[in-house]
Design a protein around this ligand. Structure first.
Ligand SMILES: [Ca+2]
Length: 314
């Protein structure tokens, strides 16, 4: 048996974040979660840290450590997405308030300490929200950069361009200064952009498959994906809601389900019109050095089979 991936999940739950966390919790052979760090994003921090604990308890894992992080982007006021995720961020199912405690340590300190105390290249960071916690950790402790095995992130877009503005994806748009720090840190990056997640749709058949799982997790996931489906179906006229963040965990579990290119990606922080754009040199028309594996395609059938299988174990 191979050693499991040791990971920190940095997240702003969010229904799709919740499904990503559940996929990781349903894969204990391959993934060991060292901690979950909450950041402000889809909803304010007080809700994202609470939602992270709600999700751990849904999976009967109150032992997972959840840390609260930054409540606002590095240089801008917070932009949230209640129009997609509902008022709580986890609208859809009715889930009890969490009993498990929040850790006392700040998420940024947890990230710094964890990497400083681990062998180089042993721990991956999985980011599912704005990059504020990670960038703040890198600013305060640049020595951790060479110790991070990789950052696998949901963020950005190239062919799909944008979802929160015509040219920007939400996670990058909310804290573009943070994204610029992360993309410039020399850490191996794997980017799961809208180009992938808009091919990862919860069709009715897939939603039915979640709902039919034994236990409360499958029903909760069906209700969560039902909720944000309303928004996306109306907006994109698609057959189901894109399941953004779980692709990050899917990549860790089976990278063969994904295809992309090593390219240069820069973050726009100066233009009002295109703020937060991921300027991805897909066609390699510049000499700028490669800094990310930018994923474009997914075997969505294979991914949903894996996801449903793992949720069934919870
Ligand atoms: Ca998210």
């Amino acid at each position: 048996m191979t050693t499991p991936h040791q990971i920190i999940i940095d997240t702003d739950p969010g229904q799709d974040d919740a499904v990503a966390i559940l996929l990781a919790l349903g894969s204990p052979q391959e993934i060991e979660i060292l901690g979950i760090t909450a950041v402000a994003g889809n909803v304010p921090l007080a809700l994202t840290e609470k939602n992270a604990r709600i999700v751990c308890e849904l999976a009967n894992r109150p032992d997972i450590r959840v840390f609260s992080g930054c409540d606002a982007p590095i240089a801008r006021p917070l932009v949230t997405a209640e129009h997609v995720h509902g008022k709580t961020g986890l609208d859809g199912p009715t889930l009890p308030d969490p009993v498990m405690p929040l850790q006392e340590q700040h998420a940024v300190d947890f990230i710094i300490d964890t990497f400083r105390n681990a062998p180089a290249g042993s721990i991956s960071l999985c980011t599912l929200g704005p990059l504020t916690n990670v960038a703040t950790a890198l600013q305060r402790a640049p020595d951790i950069a060479p110790k991070i095995k990789q950052i696998v992130m949901m963020g950005g877009a190239y062919f799909e361009v944008g979802n929160i503005t015509p040219t920007a994806e939400f996670n990058i748009y909310v804290d573009p200064e943070a994204a610029k720090i992360v993309f410039g840190a020399g850490i191996p990056l794997v980017v799961l952009p809208l180009d992938v997640t808009h091919k990862t749709l919860v069709t009715k058949e897939r939603n039915d498959a979640f709902r039919a799982l034994p236990g409360k997790v499958g029903i909760a996931v069906a209700e969560m994906t039902d909720f944000f489906e309303r928004f996306d179906k109306e907006k994109y006229g698609s057959t189901g809601a894109p399941l953004h963040d779980p692709t990050v965990i899917g990549y860790l579990l089976n990278p063969d389900l994904f295809q992309g290119r090593e390219i240069n990606v820069e973050i726009e922080t100066g233009s009002d019109l295109t703020l937060g754009m991921t300027v991805a040199d897909w066609w390699r028309v510049t000499d700028r050095p490669e800094n990310a594996l930018f994923i474009k395609d997914i075997d969505d059938e294979g991914f949903f089979t894996l996801l449903t299988e793992r949720l069934a174990t919870l």
